[in-house]
Design a protein around this ligand. Sequence first.
Ligand code: ZN
Length: 156
Amino acid sequence: MTKIGVNEPCPCSSGKKYKKCCQSKDLEEKRKRLDEINKLEKIYLNGQEEHSNKINYCKEHYVELFPDCKIINLTNYINKDNYRQILTLNYNKNTIILVERTDLTEELFNEKSNLESNDLILIYKGAYKTFEALDILKYDKDISSMVTNRDNGLTM
Ligand SMILES: [Zn+2]
């Protein structure tokens, strides 16, 4: 978007100067967008506080498997719309994101997984795997190699 001078005619073609017309509305919208990003970043740093039993079980498992990584749960915050943004935040951090299939994340799962039995997404540095939480050990090799590849800067 090109920057509009405050004394230039407003782009809404009201005939008024920008500062007398849409400027305050535009600033308010910009502030709201920044608030959203800040909120997302804050949540992203620590994840949500509450965990289901399934997430607790998986968190404990991955803490042991990847002691150098921080593991957070974003089930209540991630969705189809902010998924890319969260991936970008995740790109350079040693943070593993866990997401459980719930009503809130159903749409995201349908997009990322072709198996209905997959009830967990693990995201690391922009790469992801969907799998069955109850069968978690089965995926250790896959997920370990995904993490190693990402740490070595390889794309999947
Ligand atoms: Zn205007």
